[in-house]
Write a protein that binds this ligand. Structure first.
Ligand SMILES: O=C(O)CCC(=O)C(=O)O
Length: 271
């Protein structure tokens, strides 16, 4: 795993709000991640979450037929598959996320397999952090390509620098690709940057970076394994998102999100 970050890469991430690492995984690691994903997906039986079908607040009910064809989305696979657990709890990933975010500790918010099946719809431009149960401008995700992600099958796109201006207000993610630009008029004429990647490469993006992905115009799969990271010390903001009803019921706005069973601390600089 090419887990070292040069200071130039950290600077670029801090300017653009995203960073691409080519050939991040070795061929053996890529094979292990693919096998882990295959096993985990088979075990999930169509459920998005380990314990339920949906993710709260992600537009599951509106236009289900359309959104089911954006991608298959399976979250928190680390909680029910040992191989994904080994992959996701790797301190090296946490350290990279902490270095990019400029924080001392990193917790998993949730992992997520995003599988664009043949002929899948595009992923409209959106933000991530406004969906999450904490508000921290430094929160970020890793996105690892498990197939070549190309212009044809649904590679990611980013709006450079957008994370420096966007807020926790949620413009949502609908069927209109560019709806977010009516909220963020200042980016309406921005240049977008495409991120085609070979399988085994990865990108990091800040959760407030405007991003999206092409449709899958091919008969093949575009599989990605991702993980959203929360800076240690983040507190509950009242949004349910991936939290179970029981956990949601227990929490009061302002409570620390430090339950290791739900959000494991995978890196701490103090250690
Ligand atoms: O894979 C995609 O199509 C979108 C990915 C995304 O939005 C994310 O990882 O935050």
């Amino acid at each position: 795993m090419k887990n070292e970050l040069a200071s130039e890469e950290i600077d670029r991430y801090r300017t653009d709000g995203f960073l691409i690492k080519e050939d991040f995984l070795s061929p053996d690691e890529l094979a292990f991640w693919r096998q882990a994903l295959e096993e985990a997906v088979a075990k999930r039986n169509g459920n998005k979450m380990p314990d339920r079908k949906e993710v709260y607040g992600k537009g599951d009910n509106a236009d289900k037929a359309y959104f089911d064809k954006v991608f298959d989305q399976l979250l928190n696979l680390w909680q029910d598959n040992n191989k994904i657990r080994e992959i996701m709890l790797d301190e090296r990933l946490g350290k990279m996320a902490a270095q990019l975010a400029g924080v001392d500790g990193i917790r998993i918010w949730h992992d997520q397999a995003l599988i664009k099946k043949p002929w899948a719809n595009p992923t409209s431009w959106h933000l991530d952090t406004p969906y999450w149960s904490f508000g921290d401008r430094r929160a970020l995700s890793i996105w690892v390509a498990l197939d070549d992600a190309t212009y044809e099958n649904g590679c990611l796109f980013f709006i450079p620098g957008s994370y420096q201006r966007t807020t926790f207000e949620n413009p949502g993610i609908g069927k209109n690709m560019g709806a977010i630009f009516t909220t963020y008029l200042e980016f309406n004429t921005s240049r977008s940057v495409a991120a085609p990647m070979k399988a085994g490469s990865c990108s990091f993006h800040n959760g407030l970076t405007i991003h999206g992905a092409h449709a899958n115009m091919t008969s093949g799969y575009r599989r990605a394994m991702t993980c959203a990271y929360m800076p240690d010390g983040s507190s509950f903001n009242g949004i349910q998102n991936i939290l179970s009803d029981a956990e949601f019921g227990r929490l009061t706005v302002g409570d620390l999100l430090n339950n290791d069973a739900q959000n494991p601390l995978i890196y701490s600089r103090q250690k």
